[in-house]
Every structure is written in C-alpha cells, then in structure tokens.
Ligand binder design. Structure first.
Ligand code: CA2
Length: 145
C-alpha cells in the first residue's frame, strides 16, 4: 500500500515559531514520526510540502499517475481558500484524509471553512502530530475492508 502525505504552506516552519499552537516538533520530526509508523504498518509512504497552491494541485494529480492508494493532506492556509485543491482531490478519486494539527474550528472565524473537507473521507483536527498517524491507520484499515 502506498500513501502520500502532502503538507501546505508554512508547514516547513513547524517548531520554528508559534510552538503554543503547533508544538515544538519540526517538519523533519513529523516526517520521521510518520515514516516510523508507516514502517510498523508495512506501508510505503512519500512526502511533499509546498508553499504554492499549483504545486500542491500538481502533486495530487501525480498521485493518480503513481497509483497512490491514499492521501493524507494538511493544506494549511489553502484549506480555507482553495477550490482548486478541492477539485483536484475530487478529480483523482483517491481516498483522502484531511489533517490539522490545531483545531481550526476553535480559532479565528476565517479558519472555520474547509473547502477540501467535502472531498475527504475524514477530517482529523486538534490531535497534534498524532492526527497524521490516525489518518495513516484509517487509510490502512479502509484498504483492508
Ligand atoms: O492546524 C493546522 O494544521 C493548520 O492547517 C495549520 C496552518 C493554518 O493556516 C490552518 O488554519 C490550520 C498553518 C501552517 C503552519 O504555519 C505556521 C505558522 C507559524 C509557525 C509555524 C507554522
């Protein structure tokens, strides 16, 4: 089973600023943590982070050509703005889980909207980095049934 983990803008800044919201772990720590869980589960995992909306759309499309079985995506700020990402996830039809480290619903009003949610099989929010591991298990479980 092949999973692609996509992270949006500023996720490469994790651990550098605002640790009270996003924690102290860095993006590299996040990658290492997911990789360790993927190894335990016998899942192949790839990672992509970009600050650019079009690059994120390109990568969602690439997942279809690469026959990826599941996508874990934290579109970061594009969650609240991007119809293009919503359309991309709908277009490829790959089971996708939306993950947020914080709980956007309990933050500023403009974070309450998620465009991509409508195309996802689940949304995990407010569970910190652990949310990515939950998403991985969910996709693995779903593939078995
Ligand atoms: O809680 C999440 O995972 C978010 O997707 C993170 C985004 C934010 O725009 C969403 O509303 C919720 C922010 C990405 C990380 O931004 C940083 C900002 C400062 C320092 C480190 C990371």
């Amino acid at each position: 089973m092949k999973i692609l983990v996509i992270n949006g803008p500023n996720m490469n800044m994790l651990g550098v600023r605002q640790p009270e919201i996003y924690g102290k772990a860095t993006y590299d720590d996040l990658v290492a943590m997911i990789r360790a869980e993927a190894d335990r589960q016998g899942v192949e995992v790839d990672f992509f982070q970009s600050n650019h909306e079009g690059s994120l759309v390109d990568m969602v499309q690439q997942a279809w050509f690469d026959r990826v079985d599941g996508i874990i995506i934290n579109p970061a700020a594009y969650t609240h703005t991007s119809v293009a990402l919503l359309d991309a996830v709908k277009a490829v039809g790959i089971p996708t889980v939306e993950v947020h480290i914080s709980d956007p619903d309990s933050r500023e009003e403009f974070r309450h909207v998620s465009y991509i949610r409508a195309a996802c099989i689940a949304t995990i929010r407010g569970h910190g980095l652990e949310g990515y591991l939950e998403a991985l298990r969910l996709l693995k479980e779903r593939a078995r049934t």
